[in-house]
Write a protein that binds this ligand. Structure first.
Ligand SMILES: [Zn+2]
Length: 406
């Protein structure tokens, strides 16, 4: 990257302000951009002209709402400027989506996940990417970012999947695995981190800077946790601590990760089933439990079946104790419960609240607000768009500057 003069740096910052305003506000007029960014009219004219010339944004005509007067000129991202691919990996399937630079979904398909190691896993993904590009007649070089999510443990600074329910401890280096055909920026996120991102974004849109923080708890075969909180700079920081594999009970029940006593080994779907059917706690966990089986168990718990009730309560307790530690470390925050297991929240709630109440902060300040948020897949997808499009904006502006500077 060439060294930049201070005037160049200011222009770069101002350009970022403009593309971010367009990302948040949708189509905007010159005056609206000025209101949102605080930049002078002359600066905005220079930047929008540059961005138009670089085919990053375009002018669109909008009919005046009164039906009279001149149509307004609005700026928007040029949709075909570049593309984003979203890959969502779950235990059962991999979903591929193609999204344009404006954030519009163009194509989407899912493929059942096949058994096999990392090598065949990456081969399958490369073939699906090729199919995705061919169906929309775009070339790999037009794809600027590939945003991937999985449950499990993700490296924070590289697209490296360290541990996943799907492949276990076999690490996956996605950036290396998709080269040389795919040179796009590869982003990898923990799935619950994306949910926390999308929920924080929704809250911020409604509440503005009054929004401070939230915890997202994802229930299902595995247990995920995301924390969104406003940092010192005023930005929202999102993290996904390894909550599901945090210790609940020393030398306790056997977890899918191989350790004993993790929260997941009490609250994951397989753990609830194992408990309800009184299977020994050191039995190797099932690889995958279909949701209807857990629903059936929930139905019998609601009809008063003692062991089924006990299993959901144990799950609630493990989650509640874990959350009490999270809140003791981070302060009181509202909790959003999501994931396929959120539909059994009525059965988990008692144990969860009891566990939470063990924290002094909860005893003093009361239980935090707890809400159940359905439609996790939609939140995961929104989280992908929010994060990846912001990265694409940055990359595209930097690339433009490097071109003119070099
Ligand atoms: Zn574990």
């Amino acid at each position: 990257m060439p060294a930049r003069s201070s005037t160049e740096r200011v222009r770069l910052q101002n350009s970022m302000l403009v593309v971010r305003a367009l990302r948040r506000g949708g189509r905007l007029s010159h005056t609206e951009i000025a209101d949102l960014t605080g930049l002078s009219s002359a600066t905005i004219s220079a930047i929008t002209a540059d961005l138009e010339h670089g085919r990053v944004i375009e002018k669109q005509e909008s009919q005046a709402t009164t039906g009279r007067g001149r149509p307004r000129m609005l700026f928007a991202q040029r949709r075909d400027s570049c593309y984003l691919v979203v890959i969502i990996i779950s235990s059962e399937a991999i979903q591929y989506s193609l999204v344009d630079y404006g954030g519009k979904l163009i194509d989407q398909f899912s493929q059942p996940r096949e058994a096999g190691g990392v090598g065949s896993f990456l081969t399958v993904i490369r073939a699906a990417l090729e199919r995705l590009a061919q169906r929309s007649k775009i070339t790999p070089s037009e794809v600027r970012a590939i945003s991937i999510s999985s449950k499990g443990l993700v490296s924070t600074d590289e697209p490296l999947l360290l541990w996943s329910p799907v492949l276990g401890g076999e690490q996956v280096d996605f950036a290396a695995g998709l080269q040389p055909e795919w040179t796009a920026k590869v982003l990898l996120s923990n799935e619950t981190l994306l949910v926390a991102d999308a929920l924080a974004e929704q809250h911020e849109r409604k509440e503005g800077t009054r929004f401070r923080s939230l915890v997202t708890l994802s229930l299902g075969h595995s247990i995920g946790l995301g924390i969104a909180s406003r940092g010192g700079t005023g930005n929202i920081d999102i993290t996904a601590p390894n909550f599901g594999h945090m210790l609940h009970m020393p030398s306790g029940a056997l977890c899918r990760c191989g350790a004993r006593g993790c929260i997941e080994a009490y609250a994951g779907f397989y753990a609830i089933l194992r408990n309800a059917f009184e299977v020994p706690k050191d039995t190797i966990p099932a690889k995958f439990v279909p949701l209807p089986e857990v629903d059936k168990l929930a139905a019998s718990a609601r009809h008063g079946h003692r062991m089924a009730n006990f299993a959901f309560r144990e799950a609630g307790l493990a989650l509640g104790y874990g959350l009490s530690r999270v809140l003791s470390l981070n302060g009181l925050m509202p909790i959003a419960v999501t994931g396929p297991g959120a539909r059994h929240y009525d059965l988990i709630r008692g144990g969860l609240e009891e566990g939470l109440s063990q924290a002094q902060i909860v005893r003093m300040q009361g239980l935090p607000a707890i809400s159940v948020v359905a439609d996790e897949p939609l939140l995961v997808f929104e989280g992908h768009l929010d994060r990846a499009l912001a990265v694409m904006d940055e990359e595209i502006i930097m690339a433009g500057f490097d071109r003119t500077a070099g």
